[in-house]
Design a protein around this ligand. Sequence first.
Ligand SMILES: CC(=O)N[C@H]1[C@@H](OP(=O)(O)OP(=O)(O)OC[C@H]2O[C@@H](n3ccc(=O)[nH]c3=O)[C@H](O)[C@@H]2O)O[C@H](CO)[C@@H](O)[C@@H]1O
Ligand SMILES: C=C(OP(=O)(O)O)C(=O)O
Length: 508
Amino acid sequence: MADDYLVRIGKLIRDARQHRGWTQTQLAEALGTSQSAVNRIERGNQNISLEMIARIGEALDSEIVSLGYSGPMHLRVVGGRRLSGSIDVKTSKNACVALLCGSLLNKGRTVLRRVARIEEVYRLLEVLNSIGVRTRWINEGTDLEIVPPAELDLDAMDAAAARRTRSIIMFLGPLLHRMDRFRLPYAGGCDLGTRTIEPHMIALRRFGLDITATEGIYHAEVSRTAPDRPIVLTERGDTVTENALLAAARNDGVTVIRNASSNYMVQDLCFFLEALGVKVEGIGTTTLTVHGMADIDVDVDYSPSEDPVEAMSLLAAAVVTESELTIRRVPVEFLEIELAVLEEMGLDHDRTAEYAADNGRTRLIDLTVRPSKLEAPIDKIHPMPFPGLNIDNVPFFAAIAAAAQGKTLIHDWVYDNRAIYLTDLNRLGGRLQLLDPHRVLVEGPTRWRAAEMMCPPALRPAVVVLLAMMAAEGTSVLRNVYVINRGYEDLAERLNSVGAQIEIFRDI
Ligand SMILES: CC(=O)N[C@H]1[C@@H](OP(=O)(O)OP(=O)(O)OC[C@H]2O[C@@H](n3ccc(=O)[nH]c3=O)[C@H](O)[C@@H]2O)O[C@H](CO)[C@@H](O)[C@@H]1O
Ligand SMILES: C=C(OP(=O)(O)O)C(=O)O
C-alpha cells in the first residue's frame, strides 16, 4: 500500500518534470540533491517527506504533486499550438439529462446509447440511485441501462447531488404521476442569475401540481387533473417544455402545449417519448400535441443525438487556434444560424452531405473549418429560442469575435450575468468592454497571452476561457474546472488528440 503510494507520487513528479522539459539532473540541482535520488523518488523507491513534495512542487512551478483524486481538477494549457485532424461530437448534456428524467415515466428497462460521461449526468445518476433506480453502464461503459424500482424512495434522495444540478427540476413532470405528495431540493446548475421555476409551475399546475417552497425544499402536492385546454407556456424555455411534455406523456388523453421550445433537447425527448409509445405531433414546431398513456411499461432503447453546443465549442476551438479541423457528427439543423453568421464573417469551411444520427431523425454533417481572415459581423450577435442562434452558443462568439477584425456587439439578453463572465477574457489579452450586464463589445483581432485564473462559474464562459488559453502562447492555468466537466466528456484529452497540450492536475 505504502509502496503503491510512493510509486504514484513518483510518477506524478516524473510527469511534472517532463512537462517542464527538465532532466532528472536539472531537478536534482534545483533541489540540492543527486540525480540518483531523483531517480529513486520517481520510481517510488525512496521515502519522501511532505516537505520534499512541497519543494519539488515549488521547483517545478507546479502543483502537479497531488495525493488522490478528490481535490478540484485544474488544467494546465500550453497554448499557441495548431489543432489538426478530426474530432467527433458527443451526445448532448441537455438531452441526456432530460432523458434520464424521462426514464422515470417508464416501468420497463430504458437503455440510452452513447450517453455523455459528464458530471451533470453523474449527479443525476447519483440522485436516481439514491431513490432506488438501478443504473449501470453497459457495452464497455458506452451505454446506460436504467431500471426503476416498483416504488421510489424519495426520502432517501441524495440531496447534495440533487442541489448541484438544475435538471432535477425535470423530476416534477414524471413524479406527479407517481405520488400524491413529495419533496425535492431546489435546483442548482450554472450560476447564471435568477432562474425561477414559475414558468414550470404555470405548465404543471394544469396537471394538478401545487408547490410550496421552504428552506431549500419544494413541497409538492398533487391532485391529479388533466388540462382541459391547451397549455400556453409563458416562456419558450427548454426544460419548461420538457417538463410539460413529461407530465403530458402519462396524462391519459391529449395535451396540447403552445409556445413550446423546439430546440434540440426537446426534439430528442419527443423522439424518446415516441419510442415509449407516446404519440407526439408537431415535433420541431411550437405547438406540440401529446397523446399520453396512463401506464408506460416497455423496454426501450434510444440513442440521443449529438450536442450542437459541443459542435460550436469545437468549431470555436479551431477558429481561435487558427487551425484546420474536421468536426464530425455535427447536428447541422441546430447550428445553421451560427454557420450563416460565421460565413458572413468570412469563415472558410466545408460541409459533407447530411446523414442521419443514430436516433434516425437528427441530421448530421461533418464540418471542416480552415484558418480564415474573419471580419466582425455588421449586426449584433444575439440569441433567440430555436430556430434562433442558440442561447448557449453566444459565449463562443465572444472568442470568435476576438479573433475577427473589428468590433462585435454581443447581446446576451437571456442570462443576468453570463456576459459579465466573458470579460474574464481580458485577463488573457482580450479587449472586451462591458456596456451593461447584458452587452459586451469585443474588439479584435486579439493577441492572446497566457495567464493563471479561476474558472468562471458558468459552463460556456469557462470553455471560452479555455479556448483562449489554447490560443495564447505560453502556459496558462485554469483552476477548478468542475463546471466544464458538467457538460463536456474528457474535453482536455479529446482536444489533446487533435493537437492541443492540456494537462490535468489536482490539489493535494
Ligand atoms: C438542462 C438544459 O436543457 N439547460 C438549458 C435550458 O435551461 P433552462 O430550460 O433551465 O433555461 P430557462 O428556460 O430557465 O431559460 C433560461 C433563461 O431564459 C429566459 N427565457 C427563456 C425563454 C424565453 O422565451 N424567454 C426567457 O426570458 C428564462 O427566464 C431564463 O432566465 O435552456 C437554456 C436556454 O436555451 C440553456 O441555456 C440551458 O443549457
Ligand atoms: C446553462 C447551461 O446549463 P444548465 O442549464 O445545466 O445550467 C448550459 O448548458 O450552458
